[in-house]
Design a protein around this ligand. Structure first.
Ligand code: NAD
Length: 316
């Protein structure tokens, strides 16, 4: 019995899925740790610019998630590390260090261009938030890749709650490199027919009304209104927007939830699942690194990324 068995029918509960994933990942991680030598415990390195509040919030959620599954963390503050050169040297060290399984550069950086340059230095094999051009290219080509965690969380929710994707018409609102585009690639890889909408889309409602799966990633609170959806739609809302009194998604939840088949809430939908996807990819990176050691060189790691394997369900 997985999460899907307890699904309420309409609400795609990200918190429940996150706690299921936490147990599954903690179990998987322990198999990597040699009880005699704590050295085998995979570490997630997080680089962040402490001056950016959004980056600090993301970094903190990754630290919490890492701890909850038993992974170690290494927090590097860009300001403390000093110069860009110093940070580049830090990334090179983390790339080389065997105990560091994953590296995340929490965006945004105060200096956006410097943040982007830093990401490009991360070893693609440790790029557990799918931020490097190498992994983005692999994903766009339909090859096994580390994927931006939010995009992976969208797929994890659909899979966990048994939402069929193959052959379905999926509409994505948003074309960013961190959410919209990678979600589109993942859905295409799973045989959906995908439409990507953005600010220049002429008649957004006409597109969204045709969606059987609607992914909102626009960063615009309440953008999706009930007249823009159809009754058979499954909606995944990636929006995290600060509004008076808390955070809101891109979907006008109270009005839309009653008129669709299923929907993620905000908060409590995509948000809690996202850091678990970083940890899942960190554990995958650690497993591959271990399997790539000379003594076990015969084990191939290519093609095993579940993020690219449409048949694999994350709910056992
Ligand atoms: P972004 O600003 O980089 O991209 C927004 C995209 O939406 C753009 O492609 C833009 O063309 C499109 N868009 C904006 N307004 C639109 C409109 N009115 N009609 C049609 N298209 C429109 O944002 P992003 O980084 O992709 O983030 C999107 C949302 O997801 C934000 O609310 C962000 O906070 C949230 N987010 C959530 C997570 C998570 O873990 N759940 C992670 C990253 C981002």
């Amino acid at each position: 019995g997985g999460v899907a068995d307890r699904m309420s029918g309409r609400l795609l509960d990200g918190r429940e899925l996150a706690s299921h994933l936490r147990r599954e990942l903690a179990h998987r991680l322990e198999k990597l740790v040699d009880p005699e030598r704590e050295a085998g415990r995979p570490q997630l390195a997080i680089l962040r610019d402490g001056r950016s509040e959004a980056a600090a919030v993301y970094a903190a959620s990754l630290e919490r998630a890492a701890r909850s599954v038993g992974a170690g963390t290494r927090l590097v503050d860009a300001v403390e590390a000093g110069t860009e050169r110093g940070l580049e040297a830090t990334v090179a060290d983390l790339n080389a260090e065997a105990g560091v399984a994953g590296i995340v550069v929490a965006q945004p950086f105060g200096d956006v261009a410097a943040g982007r340059r830093l990401v490009e230095l991360v070893d693609p094999a440790k790029d557990v938030d799918g931020a490097t051009p190498t992994n983005a290219g692999r994903l766009a080509r339909g090859e096994p890749a580390f994927v931006p965690a939010t995009a992976l969380a969208v797929i994890a929710i659909l899979e966990a709650y048994g939402v069929e994707v193959a052959g379905k018409r999926a509409v994505i609102v948003g074309r960013s490199a961190v959410v919209g585009r990678p979600v589109a690639s993942l859905l295409v890889a799973r045989d959906a027919t995908v439409v990507i909408c953005h600010r220049a889309t002429r008649n957004l409602a006409r597109e969204t009304r045709r969606a059987e799966i609607l992914v909102a990633a626009a960063g615009s609170p309440g953008l999706i209104r009930p007249e823009m959806v159809n009754r058979s739609a499954v909606i995944v809302d990636c929006g995290i927007n600060a509004v008076p009194g808390g955070i809101a998604g891109d979907v006008a939840f109270d009005a839309v939830a009653p008129v669709v088949r299923a929907i993620t809430p905000v908060p409590g939908g995509v948000g809690p699942v996202t850091p678990m996807m970083v940890l899942r990819q960190t554990i995958e990176a650690a497993e591959r690194a271990r399997n790539a050691q000379p003594s076990e060189a015969s084990i191939s790691s290519s093609g095993t990324d579940p993020s690219m394997n449409p048949s694999r369900s994350i709910v056992s």
